[in-house]
Design a binder for this molecule. Structure first.
Ligand SMILES: NC(=O)c1ccc[n+]([C@@H]2O[C@H](COP(=O)([O-])OP(=O)(O)OC[C@H]3O[C@@H](n4cnc5c(N)ncnc54)[C@H](O)[C@@H]3O)[C@@H](O)[C@H]2O)c1
Length: 259
């Protein structure tokens, strides 16, 4: 496939590597400042022009939360399958969805493209459902990340907590602060630590008086994220089960549901 990358920073460069490994060609890279990008601009119209002229068949966007919405608006109009890694624009998802459907295009977004994390989501959902049948097990979550991470808890931690609560209906309220009292039985604790260079670790504990079951995903680097975003692009660009071009807004759940 011929691919365009919008945002040619750390992830953009990793995406280029991952795409080449999977046999794709990078025909266009757009950035507001990267000197090795094929198009350096902060004008969405110029970006779209460069993408169109490159003959790209799909676009992957990993730029900056402040520019994601403008980029998405401009790129959706091209009708090309669009995979978005940048976060911070989901408040506008409804209006983007309308635009995607109007232009007959396809957009896929995820807060975490790692194949391993998405498998871990499924494992945790299954485990939570199973553990809910044994009322003597309590559950809690823990996540650690490098000290450059701006937000806490991680989006991945929140998604894991959502899945635990979905599977264990006894847990109804998420607590992400430190406890200065005993937790209530219906509270689910998600604790965060920021330290050094940790790329991202997420643990779910199921604990009884007799034992602990500990499920942990440990990221070693960002390669899994880039590979997952490229696989998502392949999925989005492929016809659906009826042989039709995909139209609409999708997430990594759709990719994994179809495997
Ligand atoms: N969803 C995921 O799985 C996932 C994984 C990693 C990173 N991210 C997100 O992806 C984004 C990029 O991450 P990164 O580590 O590559 O950051 P980075 O700072 O290394 O690179 C971002 C690049 O985007 C460029 N940029 C900024 N505004 C732009 C615009 N309007 N048009 C084109 N390029 C623009 C910057 O100049 C920079 O080169 C961040 O928002 C990050 O949170 C998401």
């Amino acid at each position: 496939m011929r691919l365009a990358l919008v945002g040619f920073g750390k992830m953009g460069h990793m995406l280029a590597e991952a795409a080449k490994i999977r046999g794709h060609e990078i025909v266009c890279t757009v950035d507001i400042q990267a000197s090795d990008a094929t198009c350096v601009t902060n004008d969405p119209a110029v970006m779209v022009d460069a993408v169109r002229k490159s003959g790209a068949e799909a676009v992957i966007e990993f730029s900056h939360p402040s520019s994601a919405l403008a980029n998405i608006n401009a790129l959706v109009a091209t009708g090309l399958p669009l995979v978005v890694g940048t976060t911070g624009w989901l408040d506008s998802l409804d209006s983007i969805r309308v635009q995607v459907e109007k232009s007959g295009s396809a957009l896929l977004h995820s807060a975490n493209y790692s194949v391993g994390v998405n498998l871990f989501y499924r494992i945790v959902s299954d485990a939570a459902r199973l553990m809910a049948e044994f009322e003597n097990y309590d559950v809690a979550l823990f996540e650690s990340h490098h000290n450059q991470k701006a937000d806490s808890p991680s989006g991945t931690g929140l998604e894991l907590a959502r899945r635990v609560m979905e599977g264990m209906p006894g847990k109804k309220r998420l607590v992400t602060d430190a406890f200065d009292r005993r937790p209530e039985p219906d509270e689910l604790h998600l604790a965060s630590v920021r330290i050094g260079s940790v790329p991202g670790t997420h643990t779910v504990w199921f604990d009884s008086a007799a034992d602990t079951i500990e499920l942990t995903h440990t990221a070693r680097n960002r390669e899994g994220l880039a590979l997952g975003a490229v696989r998502a692009t392949e999925w989005l660009s492929a016809p659906d089960s009826r042989g039709k071009r995909k139209v609409g807004v999708f997430t990594m759940n759709d990719v994994f549901d179809s495997l």
